[in-house]
Design a protein around this ligand. Structure first.
Ligand code: HEC
Length: 187
């Protein structure tokens, strides 16, 4: 008995998870098809990130979701993306304002992702931005960037890599926002 339990614990993560098949070109999928794929894969994604043990990975799914469904966007590596905003961030973020604001310190945005490989959806990284107190990380627009692998392991990233692109949206405090057709406004 003991040996069997040990072997199960050693099995690679997700070995027993069901496949989430994707038919056709991911860029051509209808909204309902994307939702179906997400329904299939979302528990596996949440479980993987949560293995990190940190508060963001454990809690982000209870935050405000900012889109009506995950959407395929190029800049984060041809992945389907869905962003969640914590309580501090949600009110301002969900206005999707173009300028004239700074996000409150303590705002956290967590963006989960999945990709399609060989006809199957596979979990991608969780991307995280945290707004620091005034004066923090001026070269990165006041944000701390982080990312977790699908198994919850922290990725080694360069602040300058993330900020270098996000600063294209300097007037709106480095926020890129979800694609317009999936934005969910505040409720
Ligand atoms: C080449 C440009 C580019 C780079 C590099 C980049 N991002 Fe992004 N990021 C975007 C775009 C575009 C979006 C909006 C995509 C969407 O949700 O449709 C985005 C959205 C986000 C969001 C959701 C909040 C928002 O801006 O609306 C987080 C969190 C995030 N990125 C974190 C990161 C982290 C962490 C890194 C570095 C590991 C990084 N990004 C690197 C372009 C980039």
């Amino acid at each position: 008995m003991k040996i069997t339990a040990g072997l199960l614990a050693l099995a690679p993560f997700g070995a027993f998870a069901q496949d989430c098949p994707v038919e056709g070109d991911p860029a051509e999928l209808e909204a309902e098809a994307v939702v179906e794929i997400y329904d299939c894969i979302e528990a596996r994604m949440a479980e993987g990130y949560a293995a990190n043990g940190g508060p963001v990975a454990a809690e982000f799914r209870s935050w405000q979701v900012t889109s009506t469904r995950p959407a395929l966007a190029g800049p984060h590596g041809e992945r389907f993306l869905q962003t969640f905003a914590n309580d501090t961030a949600a009110e301002q973020y969900l206005t999707f304002a173009e300028d004239g604001f700074t996000m409150p310190a303590g705002s956290v945005l967590a963006k989960e992702s999945f990709a399609v490989k060989e006809g199957k959806a596979v979990p991608g990284p969780l991307f995280i931005m945290t707004k620091l107190a005034a004066g923090g990380a001026p070269e990165a627009g006041g944000w701390l960037y982080a990312a977790l692998m699908p198994d919850g392991t922290e990725m080694t990233i360069q602040q300058s890599f993330c900020a270098g692109c996000h600063l294209n949206w300097e007037a709106r405090d480095s926020l890129a926002y979800p694609l317009e057709e999936v934005r969910r406004s505040s409720q």
